[in-house]
Design a protein around this ligand. Structure first.
Ligand code: NAD
Length: 257
């Protein structure tokens, strides 16, 4: 198995893209730590289910990625990691003049600063082993902008910058760092927006998806969590050993427009 003997930590992975990446890393043979800020029986059951489906060793560790000390404690509790996927993220949409300060602070903390804290805790262990992969989940919004998403776009551009610095500091040590930039992926958070959009635009579900959500995605299709997982597994492969400090768009052509 490609990733046998490697330990992966995926932040914000009890749902959506993080869960898809955790599954694909487990399928590729890695031991996987899944995470969120909750600590429910369902979270631990999820880890058991992935373990039984893949044969991998999968644990759930609760840690709130809005809190620097919990980001660092996650890596310690995991026992360090060979593969770090910084995926936890939240969104809020409002004009800058009306953007709540606490939402700005939470988005910057969870979507950007958490990746700094987990990387700070994980890199020394990777350098010691002479092998490591840091994969930051940015967004098409790490490369381009939309109105009303100031905190998210600023944080995701910050993630791309952090990715480049991490790659430069890790260069020559067997450790790479890259950002995956998804376009629209039909995760629970996106699914929940559909009824509101149907009301706002007075459209049916299919028209909202096609004309509102996927209007910037030339393929006209959602990207999938399995595709994000497959891209993460590729970035962990030997073929990707010289890919570092860059972004990989998985966005149906969004950023080519
Ligand atoms: P999601 O809501 O399904 O997943 C977000 C995950 O982050 C969940 O597991 C949630 O529990 C976790 N999380 C939230 N706050 C946390 C906290 N304080 N501490 C720990 N975990 C926390 O959404 P998703 O679509 O899977 O998003 C995952 C990542 O992908 C995010 O960084 C998001 O910005 C990015 N992304 C998503 C899309 C998309 O279209 N879905 C597009 C581009 C980028």
């Amino acid at each position: 198995m490609q990733l046998a003997g490697k330990r992966a930590v995926v932040t914000g992975s009890n749902s959506g893209i993080g869960l898809g990446i955790a599954r694909e890393l487990a399928r590729a043979g890695a031991d996987v730590v899944i995470n969120s800020f909750t600590d429910s029986p369902d979270d631990h059951k999820l880890a058991e289910d992935i373990a039984s489906q893949t044969g991998a060793n999968v644990r759930y560790i609760q840690a709130d990625m809005s809190k620097p000390e919990e980001c660092r404690a996650l890596i310690e509790k995991a026992g360090g990691c060979d593969i770090l996927v910084n995926n936890a993220g939240i969104q809020h949409v409002a004009r800058i003049e009306e953007f709540p300060v606490e939402k700005w602070n939470a988005i910057v903390a969870i979507n950007l600063s958490s990746a700094f804290h987990t990387s700070a805790a994980a890199l020394a262990g990777m350098y010691e082993k002479g092998w490591g992969r840091v994969i930051n989940i940015a967004s098409a919004h790490g490369l381009t902008a939309s109105p009303y998403k100031s905190a998210y776009v600023a944080a995701k551009h910050g993630v791309v910058g952090l990715t480049k610095v991490t790659a430069l500091e890790a260069a020559g040590k067997g450790v790479t760092c890259n950002a995956i930039c998804p376009g629209y992926v039909l995760t629970p958070i996106v699914e929940k927006q559909i009824p509101d959009q149907m009301k706002t635009h007075n459209m049916d579900r299919d028209t909202v998806i096609k004309e509102v959500m996927l209007s910037r995605q030339p393929s006209g299709e959602f990207a999938t969590v399995e595709q994000m997982g497959g891209t993460a597994v590729f970035l962990c492969s030997d073929a990707a050993a010289q890919i570092t400090g860059t972004t990989i768009s998985v966005d149906g052509g969004w950023t080519a427009l």
